[in-house]
Design a protein around this ligand. Sequence first.
Ligand code: ADP
Length: 485
Amino acid sequence: MRAWPSTLRARLTLWYTVLLAVPLIAFAAASYVVVERTLERRTDVFIDDALTAFSRELFAERRAAMSVVQAMQTAVTEVKFRDLNIAILDADGRLLVMNATGGTSEELSTSRRPSATVEQQLLAEVRQRNLAEAQALTVQGTTAAYRILSRPLSVQRQQFTLTGAYSLADIEDVLSQLRDLFLVAIPGLLLVSALGGSALAKRSLAPVAAMSAQAAVISASNMHERLPVGGGDELVGLARVVNGLLDRLEESFDQQRRFVTDASHELRTPTAVVRTEADVTLSRGHRSEAEYRESVTVIQDAARRLTRIVDDLFLLSRADSGHLVMRREPLYLEELVQEGTRSVRSVASERGVEIVLHEVVEAPLAGDADLLGRLLLNLLDNAIKHSPRGGTVDVAMQLHGTRCEVRVSDMGPGIPPESAARIFERFYRVDSARSRTETSATSGAGLGLAIARRIAEMHQGTVELALSRPGRTEFVVTVPVGALG
Ligand code: ADP
């Protein structure tokens, strides 16, 4: 069994009770000791004062009396103190005189008077001590304890011992009442405070319970729901942090959902083309070789397009999940620009577009040549696609401090202003209806610019649409460069 409770509420209650119990018990114990000591001291002062008063009376009586013992007997009957037994012993410890206790009523004096056996016990205790010196002792009788003070007494050069025994029954009564009070009051107070602490803890933790109940029902299907905000600054802060987390999760869930929907949408057209083309071709028994070639070419184009889309999706999803490992090898960006423009030159000339590479600057950096090459190709590919026959695609490099800019511009129709802000989104195409039904391998799925931007970001760079109007569209890539270590 575990002694430490598992719920926060029980722990708080326990701590609260323990923290209250420790000072409470310490306070009770200290008060008890103080009361006990004070009463003891007062008793001693009382007995001492009484013995002094008795001695004074004895000396007064002595003048009038015939003998010392007679004076003693008179003094003992004259001087009576409540609950105090006075006795005088001679030098050998023999009892000479002893009074009965005084008091306001007869019962009281008899009730406080020690029984004969106790009297003997008390005298025996006194006799055991050195009678020539003052003594103070506490003796436990059968029913109560007695405080005894004894002092030497010299009368007419004879030595005696004067003793006073005081019953501690009243004091014990007071102390026992105090103990009883503490025994009832302390557990009672602790019980009340534990119940109060538990109720307070329940109240303070109620918002946490509400939050966890709400968090338990939030799932993918009701992602828009949020935790209740309330219950003190700390809990408000916690609820806000968790709600912020839920906001981000919801956004990324939505993104994923859109991504999957868009991706399946994109893949539908080429797969449908492949299936329909195959169905139609195979539906008739005999076809000429030219007809077969034609339909296989259509299927090949659709398959290329499929491959390209799947490759792009794969690259993006690896980049998103952090599985796309980017190499950081020393390279010269101008070499990639030269290589890129060279590789698209034949495709461009097929479309009647000229590629012009303007100024080239030395731009060393540590990066992934394949990925940067892909970025440049995506921009060049778009520029060529959108250029009119006979148009020119201009490529230029410029250094600005530690950053290098690569500009790719074409003479195409430009991007409508309402689309300019969205072209970097995944699957976004300016003329989506047209390009989706296109089956050529070059027609994209709206992922080219998204990939370009992602690659630039991986190199701490950017890709922006710098200019767009009919007859001129310009994209600019900016990446940090520096001497290769
Ligand atoms: P895709 O792979 O379909 O070309 P991109 O992400 O590369 O997709 O481009 C998104 C959209 O931006 C395309 O639909 C295209 O219409 C438009 N676009 C991109 N580059 C140019 C350009 N140079 N001129 C005109 N429109 C362009």
